[in-house]
Design a protein around this ligand. Structure first.
Ligand SMILES: [Zn+2]
Length: 197
């Protein structure tokens, strides 16, 4: 599980005086939880202080499995203290609050009996502790048009391509059927509901 959908660009690695890893979401600035867990605390930046805990800017700390996960420098925060999270849930939007020179997420993992020992966070967010670009596939967004195409294929009015099988054969049975078309329509409807929120 990565913090961002699409491109996760590691701009600063963990180690030395840097207790976390800095990641920029180039495709989508939505910051997503990489674990399930509970929101332990939410800190809002005062808009000027760049030292102490305020250096983290707008900060969300999530607890999971005896560890604390820090998502720092957020532009906005979408969760509340004690909120239960699933992997992929939105935590906020990437920003440049606190002690920063540009927008990114500083992601940190703390463990140990006092939850103060910082460890390499890279394995927890699907990247390497190395500058570079890592990509989480952006899921295909289905539309009613995809469902119509699946229906035409199911009715043998159209010959499917390999790409069609990859996108439209949702139950992976090697055939694109009316059932696939119905499932695609349902997914398309869910997406439209999300967009309306
Ligand atoms: Zn950092």
């Amino acid at each position: 599980m990565m913090i961002f959908k699409g491109i996760n660009r590691v701009t600063q690695t963990y180690g030395g005086s840097h207790g976390g890893i800095d990641i920029v979401g180039d495709t989508d600035p939505t910051v997503r939880s990489v674990t399930d867990g509970e929101v332990y605390s939410v800190q809002y930046w005062d808009g000027k202080t760049k030292t102490g805990s305020q250096s983290y800017g707008n900060l969300v700390i999530v607890t999971h499995d005896g560890k604390r996960f820090y998502y720092a420098h957020l532009k906005s925060i979408a969760v509340k203290k004690n909120q239960q999270l699933k992997p992929g849930d939105t935590i906020g939007i990437m920003g440049s609050t606190g002690n920063v020179t540009g927008p990114h997420v500083h992601f940190e993992v703390r463990t140990g009996s006092t939850t103060k020992t910082r460890v390499d966070p890279a394995p927890y967010c699907g990247v390497e502790n190395k500058k570079g670009v890592y990509t989480e596939p952006v899921p295909h967004k289905y539309t009613a048009k995809d469902a119509r195409r699946a229906l035409r294929i199911a009715a043998t009015l159209e010959t499917p391509t390999e790409e069609d099988y990859r996108l439209l054969d949702l139950d992976n049975d090697g055939k694109i059927t009316a059932k696939d078309a119905r499932d695609i329509l349902r997914r398309a409807a869910e997406l439209e509901e999300e967009t309306n929120n």
